[in-house]
Design a protein around this ligand. Structure first.
Ligand code: AP5
Ligand code: MG
Length: 212
């Protein structure tokens, strides 16, 4: 099964992606996570990505398309299937993805679109905390870790208020045409994102289980 998960920043893409790949055995490909890993490793890609991400802007398409193409061409994708999280994010990326999949002989089965009003997202992002050791994402109020200890958790650079505002503006502007692109293909499944994490997953699970 080959899937996309879409939604505004903070909609819950990463949170649900972890559950989906665990249940369905897919490879999780998050462009944001790939850029953050490059930043942590201080690579050239990381330096470039950081200059855009910290401001809440998108990394240029040619860079992002390149890393996705490279990842999708690896052996495990054909065996297991994939879940793309945070890509495509521009119409150009969507068109490039169509070409990449065609070239690799892969086909998209569904687009999971997590819907939630933008005004709910600021508190999701400002309260997000990530475990330094495991990389797991939690929320101070909505999904607190059992043994919360401030030193073991950090907040993302782009979860600071200025970057959050910019990310929401950029993604609201760019996102709708992409959804329409896939809606025309009959691939989009809208999921109510403003409910408990487990209920969002139940709704996604129902859709995906019916696809198989
Ligand atoms: P990326 O890492 O993809 O960030 P994003 O799209 O802004 O989305 P987030 O990861 O912030 O949110 P999420 O939907 O995953 O929410 P989460 O599950 O964590 O991209 C970051 C940057 O990288 C971009 O700005 C750009 O610069 C660059 N980039 C990445 N991809 C790119 C591309 N394709 N092209 C160009 N540039 C690219 O949840 C958020 C919080 O809410 C958590 O605390 C969570 O615990 C909580 N939560 C989740 N679900 C619920 C719920 N149901 N109820 C209550 N709380 C919940
Ligand atoms: Mg994410």
């Amino acid at each position: 099964m080959n899937l996309l998960i879409m939604g505004l920043p903070g909609a819950g893409k990463g949170t649900q992606a972890v559950k989906i790949v665990e249940k369905f055995g897919l490879v999780h490909i998050s462009t944001g996570d790939m850029f953050r890993a490059a930043i942590a490793n201080q690579t050239e890609l990381g330096l470039l990505a950081k200059s855009y991400m910290d401001k809440g802007d998108l990394v240029p398409d040619e860079v992002t398309n390149g890393i996705v193409k490279e990842r999708l061409a690896q052996e495990d994708i054909k065996e297991k299937g994939f879940l793309l999280d945070g890509y495509p994010r521009t119409l150009e990326q969507a068109e490039v993805l169509t070409a990449i999949l065609k070239e690799l002989g892969l086909k998209l089965d569904a687009v999971v679109n997590i819907e939630i009003a933008a005004d709910k997202l600021v508190e999701r992002l400002s309260g997000r905390i990530i475990n330094r050791k495991t990389g797991e994402t939690f929320h101070k109020v909505f999904n607190p870790p059992a043994d919360y200890n401030e030193e073991d958790y950090y907040q993302r650079e782009d979860d600071k208020p200025e970057a959050v505002k910019r990310r929401l503006d950029v993604n609201i502007a760019q996102g709708q045409p992409i959804i329409e692109y896939y809606r025309a293909e009959g691939l989009v499944h809208d999921i109510e994102g403003d409910q408990d994490i487990e209920l969002v997953f139940e709704a996604i699970d129902k859709v995906l289980s019916n696809l198989k």
